[in-house]
Design a protein around this ligand. Structure first.
Ligand code: 2HG
Ligand code: ZN
Length: 477
């Protein structure tokens, strides 16, 4: 079969309306969310059934044609973008978007991989349940992508990452066979937990087409506070105290340094400055408040008051309305956007043992002062999970599009190396929640345990012997 015969067979299997090949139609599938990569493809497959996904995989496998699964295209690592060869087929899951069942009594939900995260949250909520994964891109990212990247977000502290929320999985393998592990069982100790290898595999081992996810009771209300602090060390101390006091009610614990709030002031001035005075850092804390504990709000207020009185915190605001809660969360959620508006940024998505976060920030600042003088360090994010988005913006006053901005962006490789080397030294991870994609393949090679890399390559060779599944992502092809 020639390549054009393979494409004809794929079109045939998909039927009318099941594929795109006009330049304008395929354009949105050719570049990634951060515009780091641009690829080519002869065809975007848009199957509307699992059987059609399997048919496409079977043809690609037989003809050794690369297949790139594509969800909501919100990857930070170019995980869903084809290469420039023009030979890889993109497979969009967007038409596989049915919520199959919601089992309120069993606290589970089974759905197609192409459902958006928001659709999953909405379906759970309509049944009086909570699906807790929560991300800035939830209106467009898809469940299949969340599973394939083991997504994190802002509620990991209480509910874990996507991997922790999975009961069952349905996967089309590279050879077109269907792996049906779509059970809703809480207990099932029957040999190797095969579904696990596909979670976080970024479509390099197979195409996730459906999943059974865990649901939770819906909290009656939330208690949300913003606490001003001396810096990240004080934030880590506060994390211990708040968890000690409020246990599993603590759902979110997000840190924002002063420099991040400054970016908001410039680019999203509509968001009011939360405190009258500037502070080195602030923490957004969210507690779930069940009806059975009406006194929790009062206790949280007292706790915050005691932190300020003792000098452990500099100030605190407890949201008193839904609108105020939304406004506090907007401060956190708008930072990536504000940083993009500021111009070039050098990003890192690192995690560390929580007790070493402050040391990491201090030592990184020292190293970067020499490598990228004047750069602004915007290390913010999921401190409750030990995960910082340790992003650099150019020195204040750098004009967008200027030679200085280009020179700053050109520092990316050496800055990445310095930060990731330090993270490795401190026992951390260079990719806490954004995955590897195409962007961090060399980092995985450099920092991963060689035995783990060998195991990964063997799994890949077994499940995808012709290397058709999302080639060049995660592992070198
Ligand atoms: C977040 O937590 C995202 O807002 C984006 O993971 C992080 O832009 C970033 O670096
Ligand atoms: Zn994040």
């Amino acid at each position: 079969m020639t390549v054009s015969e393979a494409l004809a067979a794929i079109r045939d299997a998909l039927g009318p309306g099941g594929w795109l090949d006009a330049a304008d139609d395929v354009a949105p599938y050719l570049s990634d969310f951060r515009r780091m990569y641009r690829g080519q493809t002869p065809l975007v497959a848009r199957p509307d059934s699992v059987a059609k996904v399997a048919a496409v995989a079977r043809i690609c496998n037989a003809q050794h044609v690369g297949l790139v699964p594509h969800g909501g295209n919100t990857s930070y690592c170019g995980g869903a973008t084809p290469d420039g060869s023009g030979t890889e087929i993109v497979l969009s899951l967007a038409r596989l978007n049915r919520v199959r069942t919601v089992d309120a009594a069993g606290f589970s939900m089974t759905l197609d991989a192409g459902c958006t995260l928001l659709a999953a949250q909405t379906a759970a909520s309509a049944a009086g349940r909570l699906f807790p994964l929560s991300l800035g891109s939830e209106a467009s990212c898809q469940i299949g992508g969340n599973l394939s990247t083991n997504a994190g977000g802002t509620a990991v502290l209480r509910y874990g990452m996507m991997r922790d929320l999975v009961l069952g999985l349905e996967v089309v393998l590279a050879d077109g066979r269907l792996l049906d592990q779509l059970k809703s069982l809480r207990k099932d100790n029957t040999g190797y937990d095969v579904k696990q290898v596909f979670l976080g595999a970024e479509g390099t081992l197979g195409i996730i087409t459906g999943a059974c996810l865990k649901l939770f009771p819906q909290p009656d209300d939330y208690l949300t506070a913003l606490v001003a602090l001396e810096g990240i060390g004080a934030a880590v101390d506060l994390l211990g105290r708040v968890r000690d006091t409020f246990g599993d009610s603590v759902e979110g614990f997000e840190y924002l340094p002063h420099a991040a709030l400054e970016l908001l002031r410039t680019h999203v001035p509509a968001l009011a400055a939360p405190f009258d005075a500037p502070h080195p850092g602030v923490v957004l804390i969210e507690l779930a408040a069940p009806k059975t504990l009406p006194e929790l709000g009062e206790r949280f207020g007292e706790f915050l008051g005691a932190q300020v009185e003792s000098g452990r915190a500099r100030d605190a605001i407890l949201a008193t309305s839904g609108a105020q809660r939304d406004a506090l969360w907007a401060l956190r959620e708008r930072i990536p956007d504000a940083q993009t508006r500021e111009g070039a940024s050098i990003k890192h998505d690192v995690s560390l043992p929580i007790g070493r976060l402050a040391e990491f920030v201090a030592r990184a600042a020292e190293r970067l002062a020499a490598l990228a003088p004047g750069a602004r360090l915007i290390g913010y994010g999921h401190v409750g999970d030990g995960n910082l988005h340790f992003n650099l913006s150019p020195p204040a006053g750098t004009q967008r599009g200027s030679a200085d901005e280009t020179a700053f962006a050109a520092l990316t490789p050496i800055v990445n190396r310095a930060v990731h080397d330090l993270v490795a030294e401190l026992g951390g991870s260079f990719s806490a929640e954004h995955g590897i994609g195409r962007f961090k393949v060399a980092e995985l090679d450099r920092y991963e345990d060689p035995v783990a890399l060998d195991v990964m390559r063997r799994i890949k060779a077994t499940l995808d012997p012709h290397g058709i599944m999302n080639p060049g992502k995660v592992l070198r092809s």
